[in-house]
Design a protein around this ligand. Structure first.
Ligand SMILES: [Zn+2]
Length: 238
């Protein structure tokens, strides 16, 4: 059975109630969850599952085939199907992931718009993000210019819109996936994340509501990983 993904409609949900549907070893499946698994280039959430007085520490979250989310707990002892638990997300970690993830949308949009560079991959950790671009230039000034533009967008305080569109309609939007060769899921409706005037993407991850929440985006390092592959590392402050 598919897990109901509560973060799709509310990225700000920090606590929720759910019913345990399966326990195998220390892998716990719930009927619904606000925990985001490692997916779409965004790192997993951590946190707790609480049943009455017993606290289960969530140390990993994975998405398995058929959209089933598994919460890996340190020990699942005492948990069995039918139990009602309260999930508590480690919000400091998640909020940084959301801010960095939204910053990565702005960065990839600007790299594409102004430098004709497609993003080819990346990963968002709570501490920093890295993105790879199909791009030949390697001068730090180029990337500093891009990050200055990212911060200009951040400061504009643009609303980040999240809505659903029929798949056919979504596919007609130019640049709906900036990730080169990314396959969109075969589902009737796609979740769209739009930063008006900047970026529009089909995307299943958690994002902030307004670009101003990002704070300041700081370029850390640029790495030359090949003639047409440049990797940037960046973080957010505070
Ligand atoms: Zn996204």
């Amino acid at each position: 059975m598919k897990t109901e993904l509560l973060y799709l409609n509310n990225s700000y949900l920090k606590e929720f109630e759910a019913v345990v549907v399966d326990v195998v070893g220390n892998y716990v499946t719930l009927d619904r969850t606000a925990f985001h698994p490692t997916a779409g280039g965004v790192d997993k959430d951590l946190g707790l599952l609480v049943r009455e007085d017993v606290v289960y520490e969530v140390i990993d979250v994975v998405m398995e085939a058929g959209d089933v989310v598994k919460h890996v707990v340190r020990s699942a002892s005492g948990l069995s199907p039918g139990a009602v638990v309260r999930g508590v997300i480690d919000w400091n970690r998640r909020y940084r992931l959301m801010r960095l993830h939204t910053a990565s949308h702005i960065l990839s949009a600007i790299m594409y718009r102004d430098f004709n560079a497609l993003i080819t991959g990346g990963h968002i950790y709570p501490e920093y993000a890295r993105d790879d671009f199909d791009f030949e230039r390697f001068e730090r000034e180029v990337f500093e210019e891009a990050f200055q533009k990212v911060n200009d967008v951040v400061k504009q305080g643009l609303e980040v819109k999240i809505y659903w569109l029929p798949r056919d309609e979504a596919l007609r939007i130019p640049g709906i996936t900036k990730l080169a060769q990314k396959a969109l899921p075969q589902v009737p409706h796609l979740r769209i994340v739009e930063i008006p005037g900047i970026d529009i993407q089909a995307d299943g991850g958690p994002h902030i509501r307004n670009t101003s929440e990002i704070g300041f985006v700081r370029l850390m390092k640029v790495e030359n990983r090949g003639k047409k592959r440049k990797r940037v590392y960046y973080t957010i402050e505070p």
